[in-house]
Write a protein that binds this ligand. Structure first.
Ligand code: FE
Length: 137
């Protein structure tokens, strides 16, 4: 896999984030909320394109790696490249999980689990509210 350099870091004030995002996007991206399963804009989307960060617009996931995880959240086997996402250990709610953040703006995207399909075995379980689909490609 080719390693591309992630885009330049984006840092905004809380006020600027509130102005930039909808309430739902703000809750997920900046407060690490989770949208209810089967409620988001992309859980069942099969349109070809690139999913970019709702916070900063960085390219994150390709529709070619999206799969039907039956979870009710948009799920991918990998990021466009590893530099676009950052993993953090998350021990909240009595679980040990790996949180996934946008590497450019630190927006919360979701979690990654080691129970995905080939070719990576990973399941990037994302919130629709953290993503925007750019159709085409
Ligand atoms: Fe971002």
């Amino acid at each position: 896999m080719t390693e591309k350099v992630a885009e330049k870091k984006l840092t905004l004030t809380d006020e600027e984030w509130r102005a930039r995002l909808t309430d739902e996007e703000y809750n997920v991206c900046r407060q690490k909320g989770t949208e209810p399963a089967f409620s988001g804009r992309y859980w069942d989307t099969k349109t070809a394109g690139t999913y970019v960060c709702a916070g900063c617009g960085q390219d994150l996931f390709s529709s070619t790696t999206k799969f039907d995880s039956k979870s009710g959240w948009p799920s991918f086997t990998q990021a466009i490249d590893e530099g676009r996402v950052q993993n953090e250990s998350d021990v909240s709610y009595g679980m040990t999980r790996t949180e996934v953040l946008c590497s450019r703006c630190d927006s919360h995207l979701g979690h990654v689990f080691p129970d995905g399909p080939a070719p990576t075995g990973q399941r990037y379980c994302m919130n629709s509210a953290s993503l925007k689909l750019k159709p085409g490609e």
